[in-house]
Design a protein around this ligand. Structure first.
Ligand SMILES: C[S@@+](CC[C@H](N)C(=O)[O-])C[C@H]1O[C@@H](n2cnc3c(N)ncnc32)[C@H](O)[C@@H]1O
Length: 225
C-alpha cells in the first residue's frame, strides 16, 4: 500500500493546522477544536469526510453497544477521524484485545498519534487493509467498526473493502457502520449481509444511526470477480 504507514508511537511530523491539532492533544474526548478541524475538512473534502462534525457521545455508545468487550477479540476501526470512537474503545480495551485504527487523512492521523500515542494506527486507505494488517500478524478480525462514508466510496474501493471483509471477518464477526442518513442504506447492507439491524440515534448532529451487520453473504469475498 504505497505511502501508507503503520504507527505505534507518536510522531513529530509537521502539521497542516498546528493550532487546531495542538489543542486536541491532551484529551480523549471531543474538543471545540475537533469540530473546527472536522468542519474545515468537510468544507474541503465533502463526501470523503461525510459528516461536518465528529460523532456524538450517543452515537459512539450505540456503536460500542455492539462490541462484547468481555471476550478476546480483534477490533478494527475504519475512518477514525479525530478519535471520538477510538477514545472510548481504548478505555474499554483489555489485554485480551487487539485494536487497530485506520484513517486516511494525514491531519486526522496526526491528531490520533498525538492524542493516543502507542495505539496501532494505519495511515492509509481502508480499502487496502490486507497487507498492512498481515504485517501486523492480523489475518482474521472479530469487529470492524466503520465511520467511513462507505456507500459513497468509489466502486473499486468498495469492492476491495467487501472482499477483504468477506475473507477476514470471523463467522461470529460483526460489522458496525455509523450513518447520518437514517435507514437510507438498509437495502445496501442487506445485499451484503444476512443479518442487518438498525438503531436510530437522535442525539447526533444530524440525527444518525448505527447498522449492525453480521453473516457476510457468500458472494462477499468474491465480489467484483
Ligand atoms: C464521518 S467521518 C467519521 C470520523 C469518526 N469516526 C467519528 O465518528 O467522528 C469519516 C472518516 O472516514 C475517513 N475516511 C474516508 N475515506 C476513507 C478511506 N478510504 N480510508 C480511510 N479513512 C477514510 C475520513 O477521513 C473521516 O475521518
Amino acid at each position: 500500500m504505497t505511502g501508507d504507514s503503520v504507527t505505534r508511537n507518536s510522531s513529530n511530523a509537521s502539521l497542516a493546522e498546528p493550532a487546531l491539532v495542538e489543542s486536541t492533544f491532551d484529551s480523549g474526548k471531543a474538543r471545540p477544536s475537533d469540530f473546527a478541524l472536522f468542519f474545515q475538512k468537510f468544507l474541503s473534502k465533502g463526501l470523503a469526510i461525510s459528516s461536518a462534525v465528529p460523532s456524538s457521545r450517543s452515537l459512539v455508545e450505540a456503536v460500542l453497544g455492539h462490541v462484547d468487550f468481555t471476550r478476546p477479540s480483534t477490533i478494527i476501526e475504519l475512518g477514525a477521524g479525530t478519535g471520538p470512537i477510538t477514545s472510548e474503545i481504548l478505555d474499554l480495551l483489555r489485554p485480551h484485545h487487539r485494536f487497530v485504527a485506520v484513517e486516511k487523512d494525514p491531519d486526522f492521523c496526526e491528531v490520533l498519534r498525538r492524542r493516543f500515542p502507542g495505539t496501532p494506527l494505519i495511515q492509509g486507505d481502508a480499502s487496502q487493509l490486507s497487507e498492512p494488517l498481515a504485517r501486523m500478524g492480523i489475518h482474521e478480525v472479530d469487529y470492524v467498526l466503520s465511520g467511513l462514508p462507505t456507500p459513497n466510496l468509489p466502486t473499486r474501493s468498495q469492492v476491495q473493502l467487501w472482499r477483504w471483509l468477506g475473507r477476514a471477518l470471523r463467522p461470529s464477526g460483526v460489522f458496525v457502520q455509523i450513518t447520518n442518513a437514517p435507514l437510507v442504506y438498509r437495502r445496501f447492507y442487506e445485499r451484503l449481509f444476512r443479518s442487518v439491524e438498525y438503531q436510530m440515534v437522535w442525539m447526533n448532529v444530524p440525527p444518525g444511526g448505527v447498522y449492525r451487520c453480521a453473516g457476510p453473504r457468500r458472494h462477499l469475498s468474491r465480489i467484483g470477480h
